[in-house]
Structures are given as C-alpha cells and as structure tokens.
Design a protein around this ligand. Sequence first.
Ligand code: ATP
Ligand code: MG
Ligand code: MG
Ligand code: MG
Length: 569
Amino acid sequence: MRASQSFLPLLKETPAEAELVSHQLLLRGGFIRRLASGLYTWLPLGLRVLRRVEQVVREEMDRSGAQEILMTVVQPAELWQESGRWELYGPELLRLKDRHQRDFCLGPTHEEVISDLARREIRSYRQLPVNLYQIQTKFRDEIRPRFGLMRAREFIMKDAYSFHMDQASLEEGYRAMYDAYCRVFQRLGLDFRAVEADSGAIGGKRSHEFHVLADSGEDAIAFCRHCDYAANVELAESAENPEAAATPAVDTPAAVLTETPDIRSVAAQAEHLGIGRHQIVKTILVMADDRPLLLLLRGDDELNLIKAQRHLGCARLRLATAEEAEEHTGAPVGFIGPRDLPAGLPVLADLRLRGLQDFSSGANQRDKHWLHLQWGRDLPWPEAWADLRLVQAGDPCPRCAGGSLEICRGIEVGHVFQLGTRYSERLGVRVLDEGGREQTVLMGCYGIGVSRIVAATVEQSHDERGIVWPEALAPFRVGIVAINGRKSPAVLSAALELHDRLEAAGIPTLLDDRDERPGVQFATLDLIGLPHRVVVSDKLLAQGMLEYRARRDSDNRLLTPDALWELLG
Ligand code: ATP
Ligand code: MG
Ligand code: MG
Ligand code: MG
C-alpha cells in the first residue's frame, strides 16, 4: 500500500483524554478514532490488526474442532427472562424496545441465544459433543468505559459454546479450548498467563482467565513460582460475570451488610451470605436512610452502592460523614479512595467538602482511621482484621508447601468457563441419551477479547518511539521509506518495484512515498510499529544497497536486495 494514497490520519500531540499508552499510541498512529464514550471506529491500519487477531483466533478455533456461526447482536428479552438474567444482569445490559413495544437487548454475551438454538436443533446424544463459536460485536454498557479499546462499550469478542452429555466430555472440551487459547496467545507473541478465575484455594478449576501481563492491567494476579498456582485476586463484578450472575448467593449486591458497624462481625456475615472471605475487597460505612451500615463490597464502588440501595430498598444511601463515622466506629478523620475512582465522583467530592482528610495518597495510613478503604492493592491491612485478609504478596502459597505468593498485574484477554447445566436447565436444553431417556446437557463457554487484545498487545509491546507490533499482528510487515521519492524518479521506481515484489510474495508492505522529510517518515514508521524498515535513497541506489532496520533494534544495516530478500524469508 502506498502511504500517499492511504487514509492514515496521524496525531502529533498525545490526546489528553488517553491515559494508557496503548490508547495514546493507537490514536496517534491512526488506528482508531473515538465516536462517543466507549465507542470506537476502526481506521484502515487498526482494522488490519484486528483482522489479524481474528484470523489467528479463527484458525485455532477451527483446529480445535469448533465450528463458526454468526448470531445476532439484538436478542429478544424472553430468552433472558427464561434464564433469569433479565433481572440479574443490571444496567450493563442495554435494553431497547422495537416499534411494537417488545423488549430486546444488545447482546453482551450469547448463552441464551445459543441455548435456544441448541434446544431446537439438538435431539440426540449422537449430535454431541459440539462446539460453536462466533467472532462478533458485543455491547456492554460499562459503568466506566475507559482506556480506549481496553474497556469499550462496543467491542469484538470471540465467544464459543460447547454442549456435552456428561462431565467427562465437558472436561475434555474445556481442555481443548484451554489448549487452543494457549496456542492463540503464543502465536500472537503475547507474554501471558492462565490463571484460576477464583482465587480460593479450592475451586477455580472450572474457570480460567488468560491474562496479558502488564503493569497497567486492571486485575491483580497472585502466583507461585514453586507450583502452578496462579489466580485472579480481584474478583469480577457479579453482574458482569455470567457465571456469578447466575448464582444467587453472589448476585445480591455483592455486599454483605451489617447493622452494627463492627468490623469484627464481618467474617461471620460473609460466611452467612456464602461469600468467601477472600472475595471481600473493601468496607465502607454508609448511611441507609440515616441508619448506619457497614457495607462489605467487591468490585465497582459506584455500581455496588446502586445495587445495595436497591437491595435494601432504602430511599437514600450515601457514605457516612466524618461526624457520623466518628459516632459509630470510633474516630475516623478521613477517607481513602481507591486509585481508580474518578476524582469527580460525587461521593468523594462530598467527603472532601465535609472536611474529611483524603489519605488516598498519604504515606502513613496504618494508624489512621478510615472511612473508605480498598485493600489488596497498595494499602496496608489493618492488623486487627488479619484473619480477613486477602491474598497478599509474600503469603504462603495455598497449593504447595514452601512456595510464597507474588503479585503481578494483568489484562484479562480470555476466559473459559464450565457452565454445567446452569443455562441448559433453565432453558430446557435436553437430548435423548443412549437408552432413549431425556437428559439435560452440560455446557461450557469460552470468550476471547479480540479487540482488547489489540490494546493489550500495544500495552506490552511499545517503546518511547511508538508501537512495536509482533510479526503476527503487524498491519504491514515491512515499511519502505522512499527518501526524496517525490523528487527522485529513480528512488520512487526502485521503492515501488521493491514494494510490488514484496506484496507479490505475500508480504504486506507499506511504502512511505509521501512528500515528507525523512525524519517525519522515520518517526511515522516507528510510531505505527512495523517490524521491518527498508530505506531507499539515491545514495543507497548508487551503492546498490538498501538500508534495513528491525523495529526492535537500534542498528541500521546495509544490505543488498538479495540479502534483504533472504532476511524477510
Ligand atoms: P472484565 O473483567 O474485564 O470486565 P469480563 O470478565 O466481564 O471482563 P467476560 O464476560 O469474561 O469479560 O468476556 C470475555 C472477554 O471479553 C474478556 O476476557 C475480555 O477480554 C473481553 N471483554 C470484556 N469486557 C470488555 C470490554 N468492555 N471491552 C473490551 N473487551 C472486553
Ligand atoms: Mg473479568
Ligand atoms: Mg466485565
Ligand atoms: Mg471474564
């Protein structure tokens, strides 16, 4: 492709709204553009990368024996009512009505639709096992869309669903998907780790997440170097986690409520509600219609407050003031806000206005009383509650003797679940077994964040000059810089010839034949991150040479055209 004839809108400045490096570089390099909150247009360069991710995912899914289908984005409410998730899913589910006032939603996931297909079409054990997948647009009305493609509202997911007669078959299918996922992430050149989605010492075997390791990741992963233990220690918000959402015990506001603001009763309360101690991530004192309540929360604060309010049926729920907190718990003089809460969130602004001290960034938080506390990240754990602690770096490994846990951060790019009969039961997916008896089938579901992978890759693979695409994902493998191509017909025609030859050999190539200074051309290729750069200039032509540089290297090499050819294979 010739840059002079391409739609390649670059940005000189780093866009102010982009916090993460991947978001900044994808905007600057002309890969994506924002339409509205959490909604992005894929520009030509970005779409090429997206298609490459899709291709690798598709090949590995096909190789595993799964078959591709394409379901609709719009889904009828009836199916969600049957599964029980119309009520449970919460505001992340975008609901709409058609012209006849019938309810629909935009699919955030497709368990209901696939179950409906299966109950109509699968009659006999002979048709099982089967695994159907799609690569398709999903919509989730995320409470806080951010980081560009990373947490978008509209995004591309590969989702697969498998159907089985028995647990052994489900486990086999699950293993096949797990292995396929490992191949996908290996081929994409990502540094990743498969982790148990539940951090508990028991369980977790039925669900694994795949994380790209990056400091900017939203999840914390505890792992042990002595054995294979690795788990996500920040549990997903129940409403957005299909498995948890269908489990009544953790569906209720992801919160345990105690009327006595005594933190020591927390453990008992948690157990009573069937919420594991390790799932509690923070505690806040709130006033529910002027009644002091200690809320135990997991996940997103704002969302949880809304859910808790609904659950309690109270008219008003707010964080306690300093005075109230003092009255009910001792002597809190300030609050600690989690790092990722938007500064403008009304509750925090309210606290500051009330004169409470913000200890969020203070060094010595240990002695301070708290009003709002997030544990497990960078805040010390109050000693009195040691028995409630979450996983922490240095803790003994829950699986092996001798190992201790380390914590790193990750970006969730894939998730595999053994759903069992959760959906097939409710939607009546039954088939006849060998003896002619009706049986409810077992299901598995398997997601890959195809568009999130694009951002996660950049997060993991960039330098101060721009993106460094792994070969498998690069929009073009080679970038040719024609120095002074507009003025030198010899340079332009040599560059074009090389471009055409590479393209003919199946090597996607971008020729920078724009009327720009060499410095600008070099900076552009560095920014958009093509793995190989070849320079053509009058001087080089006179020597019969080309100048070559790999994006990952800093050294230029002079090569004959034959040597270049060999190098690019
Ligand atoms: P998260 O914990 O990041 O909210 P999730 O657990 O809700 O993700 P799943 O339901 O497991 O997501 O969906 C499968 C995959 O879809 C995830 O592993 C992730 O890679 C991707 N994904 C989920 N939500 C988004 C989003 N808002 N934007 C982009 N990709 C997403
Ligand atoms: Mg998750
Ligand atoms: Mg989610
Ligand atoms: Mg998940």
